[in-house]
Design a protein around this ligand. Structure first.
Ligand SMILES: [Zn+2]
Ligand SMILES: [Zn+2]
Length: 442
């Protein structure tokens, strides 16, 4: 766990001693305080270690005497979804995807869930593989109805279909609301992409008619001008979300600023370092910005040609040293880097390169990293999730489907049904008895 406090330097020492390796998760003091040399990992003297453990242990109750007990549990140092309340003046951010278009078991593609103490939840990007991570957080799908897309690369919206259909099936009883940028032409905009995604799902959605609660199978598409300069694209319940352009592949990509309760949260989509991020992300409490795989690793491990690696890794995306430069300009309370495969043999080169240009607070993110942000504290942990998770109950009573809405099979296909009436009748009897229903087989 890492904690970055505004005023407590001891906490930083504790964080480092508690196992926060700068290679896995960079840490540095907050703005205005003296900083350690860029790439060096601070090694606290043993005496200081013992001293600095005291306040943390005291707050953990069980070990308040300074001695460990062989039978009492120590404080836990991870986030277990659905076990912690969120304070009224607190934000929680969960990384649900931090990797690349080629999603892999360890890292889905870009997706970030922001939860606010007023009850609002926002999903920023829903890249390939990320809907699975969202499901692990055990949040009722009715609360997961707002998605903001930074751009239309599949690693930033490739799991929208999974959230759309899977979320409706699992208790989202309202339309999925999606905000995304326009493009230089209508065909390159979010509206075009999502209307055609909806068309691509015709067979899926038609086949669900009359079988489940129908209310979630709708999408509200909110396309906004990608050229807007920190313009408001969403405002409700004390939350303002703005967008500004990014420079990536084609015209169209954007980044977002969320303002709530005196907090400023910034989510940057893919981009070459740009002046708008440097301006509008300034002083953010937490600033996410892409940070691409270091060029030598793109060549060695991703098998890019040198030309391709230099072009994609430094001109279409933000190279680690450029990420650091941007963060040095905006000075966030916490900088979050993503969009690289974070492995034992890639993390050091990313960290070292960032540290040539930035020595502030830094999280090199990985899927399921969690940040709890209050006015004077940023706590960074990993979530531990239940792989056997089931969808949480719907927050409202489900609507009983109307069987008359079903689209029938053709006579030819229908004629292929084996007679299973006797086999299935006990299940009908069991359910009708238990739930007081009067369902009959087709
Ligand atoms: Zn992209
Ligand atoms: Zn991307």
């Amino acid at each position: 766990m890492t904690r970055i406090k505004r005023t407590n330097r001891v906490a930083l020492t504790v964080a480092v001693l508690a196992g926060c390796s700068l290679h896995l998760l960079g840490c540095a003091p907050v703005e205005g305080e003296p900083v350690a040399p860029a790439a060096a990992e601070p090694e606290a003297p043993k005496a200081e270690a013992a001293k600095s453990e005291q306040p943390d242990q005291a707050s953990q109750g069980a070990a308040s005497t300074g001695k460990y007990s062989p039978v009492k549990a120590r404080a836990r140092d991870f986030y277990a979804p659905n076990t912690e309340d969120l304070g009224p003046d607190e934000m929680r951010l969960v990384a649900c995807g931090t990797g690349m278009p080629t999603a892999r078991p360890k890292q889905a593609a870009s997706c970030w869930l922001l939860e606010l103490g007023n009850g609002d939840k926002f999903i920023f990007d829903i890249g390939t593989g990320s809907a699975e991570r969202v499901s692990a957080l055990q949040i009722p799908y009715n609360y997961l109805d707002k998605v903001f897309l930074s751009h239309l690369h599949t690693d930033h919206f490739g799991d929208l279909d999974a959230l759309f259909v899977g979320g409706a099936l699992a208790g989202r009883q309202k339309a999925l609301r999606v905000w995304g940028p326009s493009g230089a032409t209508p065909e390159r905009g979010t509206k075009y992409a999502l209307e055609h995604l909806r068309k691509a799902l015709t067979w899926d959605l038609d086949g669900r008619q009359g079988l489940t609660d129908p209310r979630g199978y709708h999408m509200e598409i909110n396309e906004f001008d990608y050229m807007g300069m920190n313009e408001i694209i969403y405002q409700d319940n004390g939350v303002t979300i703005r967008s500004f352009p990014a420079i990536h592949s084609l015209d169209g990509p954007v980044s977002f600023v969320v303002e709530w309760n005196g907090f400023k949260f910034v989510f940057g989509g893919d981009t070459y370092p740009n002046k708008w991020y440097a301006k509008y992300a300034k002083g953010a409490d937490l600033a996410i910005h892409e940070c691409f795989i270091a060029v030598p690793d793109m060549i060695e491990k991703f098998k890019f040609t040198p030309q391709g690696a230099l072009s994609v890794g430094t001109q279409i995306h933000t190279a680690p040293e450029a990420f650091g430069k941007v963060m040095s300009m905006i000075k966030p309370r916490m900088a979050v880097a993503y969009h690289f495969f974070k492995d034992f043999d890639t993390t050091a080169s990313i960290s070292d390169r960032i540290r040539t240009t930035y020595d502030g607070p830094l999280s090199l993110s990985i899927d399921y990293m969690v940040w709890n942000i209050t006015k004077d504290d940023i706590r960074v942990r990993m979530a531990v999730v239940d792989e056997d998770v089931w969808p949480p109950p719907a927050t409202e009573k489900p609507q009983v489907p109307d069987p008359s809405k079903r689209i029938p099979y053709s006579d030819e296909i229908s004629s292929g049904r084996l007679d299973m009436k006797k086999v299935l009748q006990p299940t009908y009897d069991e359910i009708n008895k238990q739930y007081g229903t009067h369902e009959k087989q087709e």
